[in-house]
Ligand binder design. Structure first.
Ligand SMILES: C[S@@+](CC[C@H](N)C(=O)[O-])C[C@H]1O[C@@H](n2cnc3c(N)ncnc32)[C@H](O)[C@@H]1O
Length: 404
């Protein structure tokens, strides 16, 4: 048994003591004891808790591996997430104004990927236990919208239909305006009788659509509202994690874009930003996934009263829009995946587009790309940290850049 004092929280949410020793479920300032093996104290006893520790609000928190930070007070997590962005920027010699963090409330996640496995008695669906492939049922999960937690019987039924006792089924459920949108992977191919059973399950559980790998069964178009438009994303396509997080990011993006008449939306997805912005500006939406741009375009065509939205399928890592293509825009929105947008930001920097709204889910690559823009004459005016992955270590943000 050894005793250590936690100094800081790591990027995965573990407490870190000198050594370093990684101690899950602990907070800075706590004295903990336990057996250290390979730089890790897997089962710590908290000797001296800190006042930032709280009783996890969810009854599943002890066993479920879905959340990492339920044992920490909200204001601690807010400061920690803001600090992660601040430190990433500081590593490049940057600092700026931080607006108060926007945190999504409990039960707000509109999408969850559940795991399911057949058992001797039936099936079990839920999230994985901490650090294990064992599945725990989470009927009272406080993270996801209630429709999702209530749909665990559907996930179990899907597993009974086409899962096995050996392999796990993965079922991603998204709340859409017209019912649940399910995407199943890891199941066996269904025969015609099983397909009819799948349709019956979809009807009984209020699904708008079920995609069984590449086979898509649509009962109603699984719509998502994007401003005045209604979009039907391809099964499993990227969506912002919570409606509240999306509202916060869109609010920041709209403010940054301001009165720009012509906007380029880079890594546009299905139009989360492009379609609402089209209420005031012409928008060119660029995205690498063809099916997503088709969904965006259809949503725009069916909507009333929007300005022109054009779409382009393009790999912005290999073939970024070059500066000469970008100078016609008054503002750019850029929302890349975790890898960031190194090549594209070099071109934005060369083009000196007057305003840039940069949305990011990775503070490290964001800070690298921000440094490129600042070196080229941009000012980083402010950052809005958005926490739509409550109780996890994920950090998202929107940032405002203007060209001097
Ligand atoms: C973080 S999502 C943002 C999507 C959209 N802005 C939204 O808020 O819904 C990043 C998007 O980048 C797209 N993407 C990933 N790699 C890409 C690439 N190399 N070129 C273009 N788009 C890419 C993904 O398909 C995804 O839609």
């Amino acid at each position: 048994m050894e005793q250590v004092t936690i100094e800081r929280l790591g990027h995965q949410g573990d407490g870190i003591a000198p050594g370093p020793v990684f101690v899950p479920g602990t907070l800075p300032g706590e004295v903990v004891e336990g057996v250290i093996d390979g730089g890790r104290m897997a089962a710590p006893r908290i000797v001296t808790p800190v006042d930032t520790r709280v009783k996890p609000p969810c009854r599943h928190a002890k066993s479920c591996g879905g959340c990492q930070l339920q044992h920490a007070r909200d204001d601690f997590v807010a400061d920690w997430k803001t600090g992660v962005v601040r430190h990433a920027l500081a590593a490049h010699g940057l600092d700026t104004e931080f607006r108060p963090i926007a945190v999504s409330p409990p039960q707000s996640r509109r999408r969850a990927s559940f795991s399911a496995r057949r058992t001797r008695k039936g099936a079990l669906a839920g999230f994985h236990m901490k650090g294990s492939d064992v599945i725990v049922s989470v009927p009272d999960c406080l993270l996801v919208q209630p429709e999702l937690a209530q749909a665990l019987p559907l996930v179990e039924a899907l597993s009974m239909l086409g899962g096995s006792r050996k392999d796990e089924l993965s079922v991603t459920l998204t709340v859409s305006a017209t019912g649940l949108d399910a995407h199943v992977s890891g199941g066996k191919p269904l025969d015609p009788t099983e397909e009819m059973q799948l349709a019956e399950l979809a009807r009984r559980h209020g699904c708008a659509r079920i995609a069984w790998d590449d086979e898509v069964m649509t009962l109603r178009p699984a719509q998502q509202a994007m401003g005045a438009a209604r979009v039907v994303p391809p099964p499993g396509a990227f969506l912002q994690a919570t409606p509240q997080g999306e509202t916060a990011l869109l609010g920041a993006v709209t403010e940054i874009v301001g009165t720009a008449a012509h906007v380029v939306d880079l890594f546009a997805g299905c139009g989360t930003f492009a379609l609402p912005l089209a209420e005031k500006a012409r928008v060119h939406a660029v995205e690498g996934d063809r099916a997503m741009t088709v969904a965006l375009d259809k949503g725009w065509r069916m909507a009333q009263g929007l300005r022109l939205v054009t779409t382009e399928v393009r790999d912005l890592f290999r073939e970024p829009l070059i500066a000469e293509d970008l100078t016609r825009f008054d503002a750019a929105v850029i929302d890349p995946p975790r890898a960031g947008a190194e090549a594209q930001c070099h071109q934005l920097a060369r083009a000196a587009v007057p305003r840039i709204a940069h949305v990011s889910c990775n503070p490290v690559t964001f800070a690298r790309d921000a440094a490129t823009l600042v070196a080229a004459g941009y000012t980083l005016d402010w950052v809005q940290v958005v926490d739509q992955f409550r109780w996890s270590t994920h950090v998202e943000l929107a940032a405002a850049f203007t060209h001097r």
